[in-house]
Design a protein around this ligand. Structure first.
Ligand code: NAD
Length: 355
């Protein structure tokens, strides 16, 4: 039986394919933009400059100060930069941090964003923004920040170091896993999420070999598109709550934290979300060992990524505080979020025990 549901569709345009960055000037022209600023992190400055050159006379200037979690002072500087250059569009070339900066500009100015994702985090498909001020990250949803066009070009991700490609992919799988047991799930996003996991399970092992083809990078980008779509359409649960808490309180690296916590959060919901578990297992294909959580851990191990919180900088004596924070304002979760059980989850994740 199909349970009652509500599904909202969003109208962002997706241009997909190796080499599709070439269409950027046409995409700007299509939206009537004549002076685009290009955003990047300092590390991706050279890439941003290349994009700027490709824009010809539609490119205004590069702002290369994007950093993780969009600090308010960087958002304000970027907004000023956009004004100074009389920008009428913003091309965000990067991962969630750079696209997040574009969203911070769009939030106050409605400047249209063209996103050129270079990781698999999925921010390009969402209307979710976040800005950090005095150590506190405020997030919200606003359709003004949803990129108008997203260009998925495999050539833009193949510079990702193997370890970052793998953890970024697992971060995206986490969006799909939680979408499968979301309170507001619906049949379309359930299909999207299962297919997203399937795409990554196929692509990621190839990406860490150092000899991945454009087809394999493209398959992971296809997964990222699906995962971002799922993230945008439904609410996330215990996994995302824990990752936000651990990232915000202990400054743990974003994608690594998602990678380590995912098998344990999945195990937490093992009995409460049997249909989701069956779909995760089906999507994981050759990694399926009979249990969704341990199959996800097997995939992580095969990819050679961190599999315990200890190795990514979590202090052992922070577990109780993290559990308290997670229980205080919990997101919906299929299994009730209880302090003792969360301490157990985090302790297992800390040591990398069986989920
Ligand atoms: P990121 O954007 O912070 O990038 C991580 C590092 O990798 C940076 O130094 C960057 O310069 C580098 N990098 C990115 N792409 C590269 C490439 N192709 N080659 C070489 N280096 C590359 O990482 P992320 O995981 O994409 O984003 C994390 C941030 O995005 C977090 O703040 C998270 O909260 C946010 N996020 C937001 C949403 C949303 O919907 N709003 C969704 C997912 C993530």
């Amino acid at each position: 039986m199909i349970a009652p549901f509500i599904h909202n569709s969003f109208s962002g345009r997706v241009v997909f394919g190796a080499g599709s960055l070439e269409s950027l000037p046409d995409e700007l022209a299509r939206m009537g933009a004549k002076r685009a600023i290009v955003l990047s992190t300092p590390e991706q400055h050279a890439t941003a400059q290349r994009v700027m050159l490709a824009l010809g006379d539609r490119g205004a200037a590069v702002f290369d100060q994007a950093v993780m979690h969009v600090p308010m002072e960087v958002a304000l500087a970027a907004r000023e930069f956009a004004k100074l250059h009389e920008a009428d569009a913003c091309v965000a070339v990067g991962g969630g941090s750079t696209i997040g900066l574009g969203k911070a500009i769009a939030l106050s100015s409605e400047l249209p964003i063209i996103a050129v994702p270079t990781t698999f985090a999925g921010s390009e498909m969402t209307a979710i923004w976040g800005i950090t001020e005095a150590g506190v990250k405020t997030t919200g949803r606003d359709l003004r920040v949803l990129p108008k066009t997203v260009i998925y070009d495999a050539h833009m991700v193949r510079s990702l170091p193997a370890s970052v490609a793998a953890t970024s992919g697992l971060n995206a799988i986490a969006h799909c896993v939680e979408a499968l047991y979301a309170i507001d799930r619906n049949p379309i996003l359930t299909m999207v999420s299962e297919e997203g996991i399937r795409a990554f399970a196929r692509a990621l092992p190839g990406l860490v070999t150092g000899h991945a083809t454009d087809e394999q990078w493209g398959e992971a980008q296809y997964g990222a598109w699906l995962a971002g779509t799922a993230l945008n359409g439904v609410s996330m649960a215990i996994h995302h709550k824990l990752c936000h808490t651990l990232g915000g309180t202990f400054n743990l690296p974003h994608a690594d934290t998602h990678t380590v916590v995912l098998p344990y959060a999945t195990a937490y919901n093992r009995e409460a979300a049997p249909e989701a578990m069956a779909r995760i297992r089906a999507a994981l294909g050759p990694w399926d060992d009979g249990d969704a959580a341990s199959s996800l851990l097997a995939l992580s191990k095969a990819l050679g990524v961190p599999t315990n919180l200890k190795d990514i900088g979590m202090p052992f004596d922070g577990i109780e505080l993290a559990a308290e924070l997670a229980v205080k304002n919990p997101y919906y979760n299929p299994r009730p979020v209880e302090r003792g059980a969360i301490i157990d989850l985090l302790t297992r994740a800390y040591h990398g025990e069986r989920p």
